[in-house]
Design a protein around this ligand. Structure first.
Ligand SMILES: Cc1ncc(COP(=O)(O)O)c(C=O)c1O
Length: 324
């Protein structure tokens, strides 16, 4: 890890960390101009300017860091086009509304920044992380003392799960950490506070699994740490409803749309672990993972232990959709 340069005391004031050392800014290229070369540092957008990755910093007084007070989105671009950008922006604005956070720009302005960030970095097939923090404030919780929400856009190349995991399917466990209770912190808010998911992720990793299933306080299936879950049982596609306490995944929505188009019967119904044990097929959905089969839960083999035909059909159509 490179050591951070020491900041002078005068640099430690709200929102000054970035401005304190003059940033190297980059202008957005005109359409058709040369994209950034891959050897060049990634350009990261923070509240109105582009910075080299090494210089892309925000204040340590930002409540996004101090309290996880902020929201985010993770999106994919395919051949230079962001998949369901509008849905991601709508969800970001919904998350903001739920936590009384005002995003200091319009959806159209942010959409332009997202596209500019991709173009500036010459990224066609990549992953885009949008972050809006509460901004720098005082050390107390009071968000009214944070004056300047920071809007961050990072476009990078995606680290997908290895190909074999898509071909053979995942083995996952059920985490003992339950999903946040909706009445405490709704999983529908994509907040910067992901400790709930991280605790479950660690449990999964300690068991040698890249994903872990999370149950809600009623013991029903909610979702995985960073993905929604589906099963197939006797030709019917089933997934927990939103009120099971899950993120309304955009890939989940896309799969439901595809199922409608392919006339596959769908049920959004409460599920328990037993339903997954006896399912014919199981898969997870997420912007980063896309659609990934699951063949084992808590050491019980699902179906015949191989990715199923409906999972494959939905995946094929999903890949087409991302290119349309
Ligand atoms: C907890 C959780 N559930 C589900 C998902 C999948 O959502 P999406 O398909 O919108 O990426 C994510 C993705 O970030 C997530 O963090």
């Amino acid at each position: 890890m490179p050591t951070a340069p020491a900041l002078s005391p005068s640099a430690i004031s709200p929102n000054s960390a970035v401005q304190s050392s003059p940033p190297k800014t980059a202008s957005v290229p005109l359409p058709g101009s040369q994209p950034a070369k891959s050897a060049m540092s990634l350009k990261i957008y923070i509240s109105g300017k582009f910075y080299d990755k090494e210089d892309a910093k925000i204040s340590v007084y930002d409540h996004g860091l101090l309290y996880g007070d902020g929201i985010f989105e993770g999106m994919r671009s395919y051949a230079g086009k962001i998949f369901r950008l509008k849905a991601h922006l709508d969800r970001l604005w919904d998350s903001a509304r739920a936590i009384w956070l005002e995003i200091p720009m319009t959806k159209d302005e942010l959409a332009k920044v997202v596209n500019d960030t991709l173009a500036l970095n010459g990224i066609k097939d990549g992953y885009i992380r949008l972050v809006v923090t509460r901004g720098a404030g005082a050390l107390g919780l009071d968000p009214n003392r944070c004056s300047n929400p920071q809007v961050i856009v990072i476009a990078d190349h995606i680290q997908m799960y290895p190909k074999e995991m898509y071909e053979n399917g995942l083995s996952i466990i059920t985490a003992s950490t339950i999903r946040n209770h909706s009445a405490a912190l709704s999983p529908r808010i994509k907040s910067l506070n992901y400790l709930n998911n991280i605790m479950a992720k660690i449990e999964g990793l300690q068991a040698g699994c890249v994903e872990a299933l999370m149950l809600n306080a009623k013991g029903e299936v909610a979702e995985c740490t960073g993905d929604n879950i589906f099963i197939v049982r006797k030709g019917v596609l089933q997934t927990p409803p939103i009120d099971a306490g899950i993120l309304e995944g955009i890939t989940r929505d896309a799969v439901l749309d595809i199922a409608g188009e392919l006339k596959i019967p769908v049920q959004q119904i409460p599920l328990v672990r037993h339903d997954i044990f006896i399912a014919d097929e199981c898969f997870l959905t997420g912007s980063a993972a896309e659609i990934i089969p699951v063949v084992k839960l808590d050491n019980r083999v699902i179906g015949d232990g191989r990715p199923g035909p409906l999972t494959r059909r939905l995946t094929e159509r999903f890949h087409q959709l991302t290119r349309e």
